[in-house]
Design a protein around this ligand. Structure first.
Ligand SMILES: [Zn+2]
Length: 78
């Protein structure tokens, strides 16, 4: 195993800190435009085990809002 001198170790640490700071300051890519969804979809939280309380797309039906992922009726119309 190679023994590092304390100065070399400090230099390597400073270099690692400089690289991570530079990466943080680097401009990020612009976020994509709004994600297209069809106008009929209603986003609502679905509390079933399959959907895990996530917000999913729902379709408005006479019975209420139906989750597109699991088919559960989640409340009345929006
Ligand atoms: Zn669901």
């Amino acid at each position: 195993m190679i023994a590092l001198s304390p100065y070399l170790a400090a230099l390597l640490l400073a270099a690692a800190v400089a690289v991570t700071w530079a990466a943080r300051l680097w401009p990020t890519r612009p976020s994509p435009a709004a994600i297209r969804t069809d106008a009929s979809a209603v986003w609502r939280a679905c509390h079933t085990t399959r959907c895990a309380h996530l917000t999913t797309r729902h379709d408005e039906t006479p019975a209420g809002l139906v989750c597109r992922s699991c088919g559960t009726v989640n409340g009345g119309a929006a």
